[in-house]
Design a protein around this ligand. Structure first.
Ligand code: PEP
Length: 250
């Protein structure tokens, strides 16, 4: 399976800025390696514009940064899988640590979103990760187990390995400039792999595990070659098309 090189633009970029970034990235990656694919998680307002830029461009996909677990109704401010698809998305993020910490999303609620979005035909990247206190307190495994197992609780046992991915993002490494070291990434991705195989004995070995947390052009090549690292999820460094290009080609 291809390595998934994903960009989370968070709450950045106007429509014009997003179009410009998408077009620059596409132009700069005209010869993308066969083993790479790019997914941009763009803000809602820019999705349709990015979809236009990506139309017919092999290797580029678009995703929403969040989704709700209902199809329609009185859910002010929320967005459904069908609406994301209508705007050109094939992917969505669930459980980003900013959703968990700032918007108080529980693992149960994230699990509902994950299962519903998959049922509605989106490919889901479920984010999990521990805080520094949890890691230092010896709770790494229990935290990741809780987030992963509840996050996929209602997911079909036969989910395709191309529809579900896990992004391991240690909270202490997001937007801080602190990257988990190769040993920490290796150990933690092996743990996530073990949890995935427990839950999905068939596909658990091939469901992709992305690393996220201060990935930059100068550390991407070391990270992407580690065992059980099947892609990266990039925040800050993805906002600049030139730096995202270097990461994609790392
Ligand atoms: C993220 O928010 O998903 C992320 C990994 O951010 P950054 O790369 O800025 O640490």
């Amino acid at each position: 399976m291809k390595k998934m090189m994903a960009a989370n633009w968070k709450m950045h970029k106007t429509r014009a800025e997003a179009r410009e970034s998408a077009a620059t990235l596409i132009a700069s990656l005209s010869s993308m390696p066969d083993d790479r694919e790019v997914v941009i998680f763009a803000p809602y307002t820019a999705l349709a514009d990015c979809a236009n830029e990506f139309a017919g461009k092999e290797g580029f996909s678009l995703g929403g940064q969040n989704v709700y677990s209902e199809d329609h109704g009185a859910f002010t401010g929320e967005i459904s899988p069908a609406m994301l698809r209508d705007a050109g998305c094939t992917h969505v993020l669930t459980g980003h640590s900013e959703r968990r910490a700032l918007f108080h999303e529980s693992s149960e609620a994230i699990g509902k979103k994950t299962a519903f979005a998959l049922k509605q035909g989106l490919k889901v990247t479920l984010c999990i990760g521990e805080t520094l206190e949890e890691r230092e307190g010896g709770h790494l495994e229990s935290v990741l187990r809780e987030q992963l197992i509840k996050g996929v609780a209602d997911v079909d046992d036969a989910v395709s390995d191309s529809d579900l991915a896990i992004a391991y993002e240690p909270v202490w490494a997001i937007g801080t400039g602190k990257v988990a070291g190769p040993v920490e990434i290796l150990e933690t991705h092996a743990l996530v792999r073990k949890l995935l195989v427990e839950r999905f004995p068939e596909q658990g070995r091939s469901i992709r595990i992305l690393y996220g947390g201060s990935v930059k052009p100068d550390n991407a090549s070391e990270i992407i070659t580690l065992d059980n690292v099947d892609g990266v999820l990039v925040g800050g460094a993805s906002l600049d098309a030139a730096s995202m290009r270097q990461i994609v080609l790392a």
